[in-house]
Design a protein around this ligand. Structure first.
Ligand SMILES: Cc1cc2nc3c(=O)[nH]c(=O)nc-3n(C[C@H](O)[C@H](O)[C@H](O)COP(=O)(O)OP(=O)(O)OC[C@H]3O[C@@H](n4cnc5c(N)ncnc54)[C@H](O)[C@@H]3O)c2cc1C
Length: 479
């Protein structure tokens, strides 16, 4: 899919704060050239509203540097003018982290799109932060390799954005999150200095691991400009199966069964009846079981050097409670099954602006959480419609609540408190962004949060990088 923020912009946006615009713009033009400093509201609008349409603001301008030296110079100009910097990749983030809600200069990284030759000996590649996941996959496929992270926003989400959010996606069960793919980084710090670990050394323990610290830092500690990434073997064969089940508890059991018996498991994705109905109605997706109604489904992908379909069939022969199954070994058939899952985010967006909560639960408690969520919504937001799906092997549910009605402001807090009560994480793979700054205490202790604030103050003492993201705007860390 192509996440097109252009089509989603257009809410009323506040006027930019008054200030010496011209001097700032002139200085930025001096760095990147006239064409790459955008000030016309019609042109800047797609950079100013997030993918969900829940967050928007007005930037002083949008600046589009082409390389690391220009990013560093832009950061220095912003510091000299006392202006905040909002790093932005593909703007597909779902927690409001890449848009100028509190003003500032949006630094769009999409022109940093260099692809260096694949280092086949090391199984690594160095690429610019603005390269999209789809282009990266295409580049490394040419030498028989693959990148371990994939997600539905692949055509627009960038390497830098996925590093800044520590994105997960559909292949975490096989390869881990983005953190596990990053061998090294190059990044511009808040004072305009550049740190780099691009030598490709897998073992390199010389003190603190700065690249590791920057993964998941959501643009609050540095701007990632290049990345050295680990690659994985590109499997010759794949099978995709859509299993129909009675409920989430049965899906959890089947996931455990598959984990024990199937080598080469690359995806285990969960969708519910309400979501399937929505993608059929909104995205024109064919009903996978032609009207036979099932409450829960798993999209399972297995990859290998040999065709894995027979192995999967044997593995599920004694699996509990499978009500229906559709299997595809060819590309188009697999795409038809995958779209049932991947069309969810866009179909939900077409329905309205949801409360979107990306959370992780321990698998042992995930079904209890799901039942408690329905009870909570029925009791307090009776008109609401939950659409729940996610990456089940990782315990990751995307809770989307449409049309909560009155008292909706309390909904995020109530759901996240429920997650914490069930031993889960309030932020699974999308990050904290602006959405969850008020709830950090539900996921991190006082000591943890104090250490995080100390790191922020040390690397960004003036609170210039993405203020209001990760920490509340009024937090001492941001000043
Ligand atoms: C349809 C759809 C499906 C999705 N599926 C998944 C999924 O399965 N798994 C998942 O994890 N996410 C998913 N997402 C969310 C989103 O794609 C990810 O968060 C992705 O990592 C964002 O990348 P981006 O380039 O669009 O970053 P942006 O949205 O532009 O930015 C995200 C954050 O990173 C910061 N940032 C961006 N670039 C840089 C940089 N170079 N240096 C420093 N900071 C930077 C921004 O300031 C912001 O805080 C999905 C989104 C959509 C729309």
């Amino acid at each position: 899919m192509t996440a097109d923020p252009d089509a989603r912009a257009g809410r009323d946006r506040p006027e930019p704060e008054a200030g010496p615009e011209d001097a700032l713009v002139r200085a930025l033009v001096g760095v990147v050239g006239d064409r790459h400093v955008l000030t016309d509201p019609a042109v800047t609008a797609p950079f100013e509203t997030d993918w969900t349409r829940r967050w928007s603001g007005r930037a002083r301008c949008v600046v589009r540097p082409r390389d690391t030296a220009e990013v560093a110079a832009v950061v220095r100009v912003c510091a000299a003018h006392g202006v905040a910097v909002v790093p932005q990749g593909g703007n597909t983030g779902l927690v409001g982290g890449a848009v100028p809600v509190a003003g500032g200069v949006v630094v769009s990284l999409t022109r940093l799109d260099g692809l260096e030759p694949v280092d086949v000996l090391a199984g690594q590649v160095t690429v610019g932060a603005g390269v999209t996941l789809a282009r990266l996959q295409e580049h490394v496929a040419a030498v028989g390799l693959a990148y371990g992270v994939d997600l539905a926003a692949r055509d627009t989400a960038t390497v830098g954005g996925t590093i800044a959010t520590n994105a997960g996606g559909i292949h975490v069960v096989a390869h881990g999150t983005t953190r596990a793919q990053v061998v090294g980084l190059e990044a511009v710090l808040a004072d305009g200095s550049v740190v780099a670990r691009l030598g490709g050394l897998v073992k390199d323990n010389v003190g603190y691991d700065l690249p590791g610290l920057l993964v998941g830092s959501e643009g609050t500690l540095a701007i990632v400009t290049r990345a050295r990434l680990r690659l994985v073997a590109r499997p010759a064969h794949r099978v995709v199966a859509l299993f129909a089940l009675d409920d989430l508890a049965a899906a959890v059991q089947l996931t455990a069964h598959l984990r024990q018996r199937v080598a080469g498991l690359t995806a285990v994705e969960y969708v519910e009846r309400a979501g399937v109905e929505l993608v059929v109605a909104r995205a024109g997706v064919a009903d996978p079981f032609a009207g036979r109604v099932h409450a829960a489904h798993l999209v399972v992908e297995v990859a290998g050097a040999e065709p894995p379909a027979e192995g999967l069939a044997a593995a599920v022969a004694d699996a509990p409670a499978i009500r229906d199954v559709a299997v595809a070994e060819d590309g188009p058939g697999q795409a038809r099954l995958w779209v049932v899952r991947e069309a969810h985010t866009e179909a939900i967006a077409a329905e309205g602006v949801p409360h979107k909560l990306d959370v992780t639960l321990p698998l042992a408690r995930i079904a209890a959480f799901r039942a408690a969520l329905d009870q909570l919504l029925a009791a307090r937001w009776p008109g609401s419609r939950p659409i729940v799906f996610g990456h089940l092997a990782d315990g990751n549910l995307h809770v989307n609540v449409l049309g909560p009605g009155p008292d909706a402001d309390r909904l995020d807090a109530a759901v996240l408190e429920l997650v914490a009560e069930h031993g889960g994480s309030i932020s699974s793979e999308h990050g904290v962004g602006r959405q969850k700054t008020a709830y950090l205490h539900l996921g991190r202790s006082d000591a943890d949060r104090a250490a995080m604030r100390a790191i922020k103050r040390a690397l960004d003492p003036d609170g210039r990088l993405n203020p209001g993201v990760l920490f509340p705007a009024s937090s001492p860390a941001a000043t």
